[in-house]
Design a protein around this ligand. Structure first.
Ligand code: 13P
Length: 350
């Protein structure tokens, strides 16, 4: 069954725009507790004003729109403004960046399934989506979290999260927002690349079955998956090319060709590794896969900038430089033109 609400062409246009050319998404939608945790690690005060200043630094980075097509905000940030009174949403649109919004309310313990989580936020979502659309958002994100461990993820956890993702996606399309569907298989643990591949394939197959059941138009959505990589503490760490190969082969088995784009999360990889792996996928498969292979990174774009900023106004230009640099590296990776020597070339903000 297919959504016939008539706005599919419009949604497909936005989805296409978000992954057009060599651009990608910037996730700047960390929840307040997550943002505060990252600030605390760098000695930055954990206040509303510090979070606002940091997000202003991002949206005001000169030339960011050269590499970034859309930015994902959180509920606090979409309501905030630059110091000069310009709403962030307006500043982003002015820079040619489509504003998006994270709408899940976080991953909570799944009843009866120790160690597993279910993302909440469906109750009242229709009303929230209406408000975000009015505020200028044109796409949305919902993240589900799957952990690899002894006998997990369970079918119960995979199915519950897949169904929630599909119900969210259907509500988004009804509201005129492109759903970015994010089932994240976490990198934490000592599991092998093969275990990640198997789990990711099962999760994606289940998600697409649910998207079909709920009538979601695949042409008007984007997928935001993890890359297929070994666990962080696995003693065997495959090469960049091997992970790129495993990732694309897994996606080819599980993601329908009607989906316009795949925008990976970075999941805690370093900025350089995330760029190198995305690059290898585009070099090896870019012209042979049906979808754009793009990015929707948070940490892999932001982390160096946040570390340079440290909450000090004087560090803003250098932090913006670092943000622009990582965004430009990922733009190069989309073209298959990233290499380690680019890390030494300074990408200068204009
Ligand atoms: P990372 O790129 O840091 O994994 O974040 C992506 C994201 O949006 C998580 O929901």
């Amino acid at each position: 069954m297919q959504n016939t609400s008539g706005n599919i062409q419009e949604l497909a246009g936005i989805a296409g725009l978000l992954v057009a050319g060599d651009k990608g998404l910037l996730a700047m939608d960390e929840s307040n507790p997550t943002c505060d945790k990252r600030f605390a690690a760098l000695g930055i005060p954990q206040t509303v004003e510090a979070r606002r200043s940091y997000r202003e630094l991002i949206v005001a980075t000169p030339g960011l729109g050269e590499s970034i097509s859309g930015a994902i905000l959180c509920d606090e940030t979409i309501r905030q403004e630059k110091k000069d009174g310009t709403p962030f949403v307006k500043a982003l649109s002015g820079a040619g960046i489509v504003p998006g919004i994270k709408v899940d309310l976080g991953a909570k313990a799944l009843a009866g399934r120790p160690g597993e989580k279910i993302s909440e936020g469906l109750d009242g979502l229709r009303g929230r989506l209406r408000e975000y659309f009015t505020m200028g958002a044109r796409f949305a994100k919902w993240r589900a979290v799957l952990t690899i461990g002894d006998a997990i993820p369970s079918r119960g956890c995979i199915e519950a999260n897949a169904q929630a993702l599909a119900r969210y996606a259907a509500l988004c399309q009804e509201a005129g927002l492109v759903p970015v569907v994010e089932p994240e298989v976490l990198m934490d643990g000592g599991h092998t690349l093969e275990r990640c591949r198997e789990t990711t394939e099962e999760v994606l197959r289940t998600v697409f079955e649910q998207l079909y059941t709920q009538g979601v138009a695949l042409e008007g959505m984007l997928l935001k998956p993890n890359m297929v990589v070994p666990g962080l503490t696995c003693p065997v760490q495959e090469t960049v090319e091997e992970t790129a190969d495993a990732t694309v082969k897994c996606l080819l088995r599980a993601v329908p060709a009607a989906v316009p784009g795949i925008a990976f999360l970075s999941g805690g990889q370093s900025g350089e590794l995330a760029s190198a792996r995305l690059n290898a996928m585009n070099v090896g498969f870019g012209s042979r896969v049906p979808w754009a292979l793009a990015f929707s990174f948070a940490r892999a774009i932001q982390q160096p900038a946040m570390a340079i900023w440290k909450g000090e106004a004087a560090n803003v230009p250098a932090a913006q430089q670092a943000l622009y640099h990582r965004a430009s590296c990922n733009r190069a990776a989309r073209r298959g033109e990233y290499n380690a020597s680019l890390e030494k070339t300074e990408h200068r903000t204009r």
